[in-house]
Design a protein around this ligand. Structure first.
Ligand code: GLU
Length: 553
């Protein structure tokens, strides 16, 4: 077959050669070891937590090597496009401090860089040219079959192949069409898909080094996969080969789910004679389902699969990024222990250290990481971040906490700015319920508004009402506590813990029980930050009013 003639028959209007494009996008002028990496989401869904994870790897690696991190929008699946998803993905990257250096920056916004267009749907002419080239060298052929096979037919065919030869071999019947048959089809205006003429040998494997998975033995591709669909749009396989080549990508970081199609992708690179980039297939973030089975984080079922969720909940960027690093890198936790006050950005990130097991998403761990991070912020930082969040997600609370900024800061400063800060806030949305009693949001009307579980009501009331008589807002912390002890003793509580442990039956309880009763009266909760600070900030009348109010119980 005269492949050149066939190429002209299929693509008569393509007048450029691939050399034109290869020259148009020359090798980047970067330091020798600089890596060029990309985030290439499809706007068929919102930015997945897994994408953020890949973006982090790419961003950190390119920063470290003085390379380039760029954004390419892979919007070839036009049927499933979600309006604005690309823009949101870009904005999310910026929000999470992973702003790309180059590429797409959102719909109707200017692109940055000389290797564009960075939107795949605007590159169809380029793909066509590369497709024509593959036909001209005999590595691609038109397939005129209509999409008659449904999923069941395909599965059946595959099952048959596995039974017969132990593997799936998808050589297409159209690869045997003669030039004349093709010419007739073209004359008849029959649409065609372009397929790879695979040269793979089902019995052969090759060695491949994945930056995360290490050395792997992979079976050669034998599938005549689709390179260009009958609507003229290439799927990921051809599009990314062309784009990563022209844009100079040196490392592709992508999800584990792409690993099975790697040998097909490599065959396309080889067919062109292009050097493929290095690949890093990231483990997939999983979680346990209701039955205790491990499954992939799913956009449909798990809100945490969409990176916007963490913002809405009020997790600080640093907490989320730090948690992702925890998931990704086995060395990070130890580093954090040894460097408690550094930013996660100071961690010397290495792709090779990424574990190859699929990590489990664990909210408890995320919350611990976040509590630890927030505990180290000073009151001004907490105030700034909290109000920024509330301004968007809880306007009502925003109005409350900004009415008197200094008051709010003094609340946020309880047990903060000291060597052992309290680790109680994991996300900004928690502040309202955790500190409701400091913001006039705790107005008990009956017993159920206090946490009185396992609490003796009579003792509770007796302590609180007695305390009214001894409370003095001018007492310093020591005197304040001495007075509580004295009152406790007078009411029959132990002030010596040892004594109390030896003979609990001789006492109504101990001093910590007394403090707990007062705490419940003032906050409604058994657990709160430093009681003395709370009293000081609340002011005398408020303290007294709350103590009196226990009468309603
Ligand atoms: N568009 C693909 C995705 O969203 C990109 C995979 C890749 O990064 O190569 O999964």
């Amino acid at each position: 077959m005269d492949y050149k003639k066939l190429a002209d028959l299929l693509y008569p209007d393509v007048d450029k050669t691939i050399d034109y494009y290869l020259n148009k996008y020359p090798k980047r002028n970067l330091p020798e070891n600089a890596e060029v990496m990309r985030i290439a989401p499809s706007p068929t869904g919102y930015l997945h937590t897994g994408h953020a994870y890949s973006a982090f790897i790419s961003r950190a690696t390119t920063k470290k090597t003085n390379g380039v991190f760029y954004f390419r929008l892979e919007d070839t699946d036009q049927k499933r496009l979600i309006p604005n998803a690309g823009t949101i993905a870009y904005d999310m990257l910026c929000y999470y401090d992973m702003k790309p250096d180059e590429g797409y920056t959102g719909d109707n916004r200017p692109q940055i860089g000389n290797y564009g267009d960075y939107i795949q749907s605007k590159r169809l002419d380029i793909y066509k040219c590369f497709a024509k080239y593959l036909v001209s060298i005999g590595r691609a052929f038109p397939c005129f079959c209509e999409k008659s096979e449904n999923k069941e037919d395909i599965l059946f065919k595959r099952q048959e192949q596995i039974e017969n030869s132990g593997t799936i071999e998808d050589k297409d019947v159209c690869r045997n069409l003669t030039y004349e048959q093709i010419e007739q089809n073209i004359k008849d205006k029959k649409p065609f898909a372009l397929k790879l003429l695979s040269c793979g040998d089902i019995n052969k494997t090759f060695k491949f080094h994945d930056l995360i998975k290490g050395n792997r033995e992979i079976r050669e591709n034998t599938k005549d996969i689709v390179l260009v669909k009958s609507n003229g749009i290439p799927p990921y396989s051809l599009a990314h080969v062309v784009d990563d080549t022209l844009m100079g990508t040196t490392i592709v970081v992508r999800g584990e789910e792409w690993f099975p199609s790697l040998s097909a992708h490599l065959e396309i690179f080889n067919a062109f004679g292009f050097k493929p980039p290095k690949y890093a297939h990231t483990p997939v973030i999983c979680k346990l389902d209701e039955n205790g089975n491990k499954r992939k984080l799913s956009k449909r079922k798990d809100p945490e699969a969409d990176v916007r969720y963490f913002i809405e909940q009020g997790y600080p960027v640093d907490s989320v990024m730090e948690y992702l690093l925890n998931l990704l890198n086995s060395d990070f936790e130890l580093w954090r222990k040894n460097n408690p006050s550094l930013s996660y950005k100071d961690f010397d990130f290495k792709i090779e250290k990424i574990g190859s097991n699929n990590p489990m998403f664990d909210f408890n761990k995320l919350n611990d990481v976040s509590k630890n991070y927030i505990s180290k912020l000073n009151k001004d930082q907490v105030y700034e971040k909290l109000t920024t969040w509330a301004n968007v997600y809880d306007k009502n609370f925003y109005n409350i906490i900004t009415k008197d900024g200094n008051y709010t800061k003094s609340v946020l400063n309880i047990d903060r700015e000291n060597p052992k800060p309290r680790k109680d806030i994991a996300k900004w949305s928690e502040v309202k319920t955790k500190f409701d009693y400091m913001f006039d949001l705790f107005n008990p009307k009956s017993k159920k508004d206090y946490n009185l579980e396992d609490v003796d009501i009579e003792k509770f009331k007796e302590v609180c009402l007695s305390y009214i008589k001894v409370y003095n807002e001018n007492d310093d912390k020591q005197i304040w506590f001495n007075k509580i002890k004295e009152m406790a003793q007078n009411l029959g509580y132990a002030t010596d813990n040892k004594l109390y442990k030896q003979n609990p039956q001789n006492f109504k309880g101990n001093v910590s029980d007394v403090c707990m009763y007062i705490r419940i009266a003032l906050t409604g909760k058994k657990d709160s930050p430093d009681l003395y600070s709370i009293c000081q900030i609340l002011k005398k009348q408020d303290v007294i009013d709350r103590l009196k109010k226990v009468e309603i119980v």
